[in-house]
Design a protein around this ligand. Structure first.
Ligand SMILES: NC(=O)c1ccc[n+]([C@@H]2O[C@H](COP(=O)([O-])OP(=O)(O)OC[C@H]3O[C@@H](n4cnc5c(N)ncnc54)[C@H](OP(=O)(O)O)[C@@H]3O)[C@@H](O)[C@H]2O)c1
Length: 373
């Protein structure tokens, strides 16, 4: 079973499963209520994940207005496996719209949010604490210092960032290194065959700076399972995207076309579209883990088998081609094609498997070899 293998998260000593469990739908309150699950419905999902060997669990104070953390805390206590888990939570979103300091990434809110998360989760420490979203206001130095203080106070073990610009992550990591503050080990970002924006800036930043990227919504909220159809006036089918919580989701013709390739690849391999989509995400360069969401233990079971097969190179290439978004300028200038044409003629560049830094191999043109001889 794929979850029995653990990988280091970014440049750290923390070992995590390659498929993390997302618990944004544990609970029936707040923003995520329309597709939330009760504690009794969440229990088999959580149990199935840990029985399979999974150790990486994701929540946030904002999910289901705190109910996700409360339910997760109770499920962990029931299972008696707190120490084994890498419990991750996040702060940023406001917990009181009437109080300007009850949200954002300032020191006052960060500490209050961390303490509230610990209370709801019924634990003394978080293994990984993430800034949920860039607030455009708080100086990065303030965030770093507070992460460092929380670490020294024993309230968190590791720190990271979610949904921030890549330049912000780079500045945070560089300052943390320069000032010997607790480093960022994780960047949590949206990534799937349907959403590859992070490849231009965030993934290379993560690879260069030791931040393991974890992919949220790896199934594009269920779109990539193939259970929806394009009626011409929007999507039809049963699931989160057609329910109250999914209203307003828009899908491009390119994304609908991609589903056809995904279906063909899944048929060739004899697996489901969701399994192919998850396998692709989790094995992309620089990706530490895919954060899987499930409405039932059955769905999770199927997702957990996503790493039990290998995606052959030719089928991966088909998926890459069908899902690629052509790079705009200046990113087109960083592609291997452009570089070997104008920047580094005579040098071939390529990638090692996932997680490695790009390798540059010196290539000596035939004429030069002749001269050397
Ligand atoms: N940092 C952030 O800003 C951020 C944002 C979003 C999420 N996250 C994290 O990422 C986690 C995962 O996000 P996500 O739930 O959007 O992930 P996802 O894997 O893209 O979508 C999961 C949803 O797809 C559907 N699904 C899954 N397996 C299926 C199957 N075999 N057949 C049919 N439908 C299936 C289910 O929804 P239905 O059955 O209801 O259709 C399920 O809840 C969250 O729990 C949270 O921890 C983080």
């Amino acid at each position: 079973m794929s979850l029995d293998q653990y990988y280091l998260l970014g440049r750290s000593g923390l070992r995590v499963s390659r498929l993390a469990l997302g618990t944004m739908n544990f609970g029936k309150d707040g923003f995520h209520a329309p597709y939330g699950r009760t504690e009794d419905e969440a229990r088999p999902i959580f149990r199935r994940y840990v029985e399979a060997g999974g150790n990486f669990v994701d929540t946030a104070d904002f999910y289901t207005a705190g109910a996700s953390e409360t339910i997760l805390g109770r499920l962990v206590a029931e299972a008696g496996n707190r120490e084994r888990l890498v419990l991750t939570s996040k702060f940023t979103n406001s917990v009181d719209p009437g109080d300007p300091n009850a949200g954002g990434n300032g020191r006052k809110h960060m500490i209050r949010a961390a303490e509230a998360s610990l209370r709801r989760l019924g634990t003394d420490y978080l293994d990984l604490y993430l800034l949920h979203t860039w607030d455009r206001i708080t100086p990065v130095e303030e965030v770093l210092r507070t992460f460092d203080d929380l670490t020294r106070a024993g309230k968190i073990r590791y720190a990271g960032l979610s949904d921030v610009p890549a330049w912000y992550a780079a500045r945070a990591q560089t300052l943390a290194e320069a000032h010997s503050l607790v480093p960022m080990v994780n960047l949590q970002l949206p990534y799937s065959l349907a959403e590859r924006t992070i490849e231009t800036e965030h993934v290379p930043a993560g690879q260069a700076l030791g931040l393991g990227v974890t992919a949220w919504s790896p199934l594009a909220s269920g779109f990539l399972t193939g259970k929806y159809r394009n009626s011409g006036q929007g999507l039809t089918g049963e699931g989160r995207l057609t329910g109250e919580g999914g209203a307003g989701s828009e899908w491009t013709d390119r994304q609908w076309e991609l589903l056809k390739t995904l279906e063909t690849v899944a048929d060739k391999l004899g697996v489901t579209m969701a399994q192919v989509a998850l396998n692709w995400v989790a094995t992309q360069p620089g990706i530490a883990a895919a954060i899987v969401g499930a409405s039932s233990a059955g769905q999770l079971d199927s997702s957990l088998a996503a790493l039990d097969f290998e995606l052959p190179a030719d089928l991966r290439a088909e998926l890459d081609a069908a899902s690629a978004v052509p790079p705009g300028k200046p990113y087109v200038m960083f592609t291997p094609q452009y570089q070997s044409w104008l920047v580094n003629p005579g040098t071939r560049t390529g990638d090692k498997p996932a997680g490695y830094h790009p390798v540059v191999r010196n290539w000596v043109p035939a004429q030069a070899q002749a001269v050397r001889r």
